[in-house]
Write a protein that binds this ligand. Structure first.
Ligand code: SF4
Length: 360
């Protein structure tokens, strides 16, 4: 079937987002000893950013006088370090993938519900791993026999947000392109996909883009690409290579889904826009994740975003226990059922060929 470029969205009105630039870049001596660390050094230098090579492998100077100052300082710092030995012991990450591994930890965006709150220790600086080639080699040990093993690379970072400074994502996509029995997946809220469209990925990588209702994204997702820019990026990724696209299998992660006032209309509009943009045959999956928080993540988020309008009122929520005895606050069964029915119906009718991987 011929590919149509006549999608109804007005491409010219979609502003690509600005690339993030850190205020300072730190290299540990061990990171700079790595060949890949040297490559990052050369890349960063091209942007004429202030680079500092530390005397020891410990990151210091990331704390301000208050939590808010620490947040600001850390979030504007890019640190190139070696991943510690613990990063070589991969953990499962259901329902998204068989295993998670990390190209980096931390993210320059400012989502007021950030999934990293409470998961990562210390100030939220963006730490990029210079020993990436060893990290990639290590994933080979985790192949499952007789089936495809999936690896998720975005649990602790948004890998596209820093790709212009690191090149880690391109390296990783190339590494997975030669592996018949392993798939790579990651998710982003950014849109600078152009430099990654030409890579030979052999369908081994599934790009996913995180989308949400306009009002939620505008209010809570600071420093990310606009929803319309993300949809356009998804279109470019999915378009066949001969049409100038990346020809990637793609996915949409709708997250965090929230029953805000007018949510039926807002999410229906989002899915309509998506349908208008993806007006050609595609390999598309959906992952549907409702908003949840824990006592620990709430505490960190309230320090980072004391004036947030994010609803984290425990009294309106149901509680769920995880296998380690921790509590998380989710929407009530009634609201969950209503939202699930709505999203399954909308997606099945608008994207009948797509697969919904999970609802949570
Ligand atoms: S893009 Fe993801 S990792 Fe980055 S701030 Fe937002 S939620 Fe957190």
């Amino acid at each position: 079937m011929p590919v149509s470029f006549q999608h109804t969205l007005d491409n010219n009105s979609i502003k690509p987002s600005k690339l993030w630039m850190p205020k300072r870049v730190l290299f540990t001596p061990d990171a700079l000893d790595q060949t890949f660390g040297q490559k990052i050094y050369d890349r960063v230098k091209q942007f004429t950013l202030p680079v500092e090579v530390l005397k020891t492998n410990r990151l210091t100077g990331l704390r301000g006088e208050t939590e808010r100052e620490t947040y600001k300082l850390a979030k504007s710092t890019l640190a190139i370090v070696n991943a510690p030995p613990s990063a070589f012991k991969l953990r499962p990450i259901p329902p998204s993938a068989d295993f998670q591994f990390h190209l980096a930890e931390g993210c320059p965006a400012h989502c007021q519900y950030c999934y990293l709150a409470g998961s990562l220790q210390g100030p939220p600086a963006i730490r990029v791993f210079a020993n990436l080639p060893s990290i990639l080699q290590n994933t080979l040990q985790y192949h499952q026999p007789n089936r495809i093993t999936s690896f998720e690379a975005s649990c602790y970072t948004d890998p596209l947000s820093i790709e212009h400074l690191t090149g880690s994502l391109a390296e990783t996509i190339r590494f997975f392109s030669n592996r018949d029995n392993a798939h790579l997946r990651f998710v982003t809220k950014f849109d600078a996909v152009d430099p990654l469209l030409d890579i030979e990925h052999n369908d081994q990588t599934r790009w996913r883009i995180s989308l949400n209702a306009e009002q939620i994204s505008r209010r809570l997702e600071g420093g990310t690409a606009t929803i319309q820019a993300r949809i356009e990026a998804l279109r470019k990724l999915a378009l066949p290579k001969e049409q100038g696209g990346g020809g990637y299998p793609i996915g949409v992660v709708l997250a965090p889904i929230m029953p805000v006032p007018g949510w039926h209309d807002e999410y229906a509009k989002l899915l309509n826009n998506l349908k208008l943009s993806l007006d050609f045959p595609i390999n598309l999956t959906f992952e549907l994740i409702t908003h949840r928080f824990t006592p620990g993540s709430k505490e960190v988020l309230m320090e980072w975003y004391p004036n947030t309008s994010l609803d984290m009122d425990e009294t309106g929520r149901a509680t769920k226990r995880n296998k380690f005895g921790g509590t998380k606050f989710v929407y009530s069964r009634e609201i969950m059922d209503e939202m699930k029915t709505f999203f399954y119906r909308e997606i099945k009718s608008k994207f009948p060929e797509s697969t919904i991987l999970y609802w949570t």
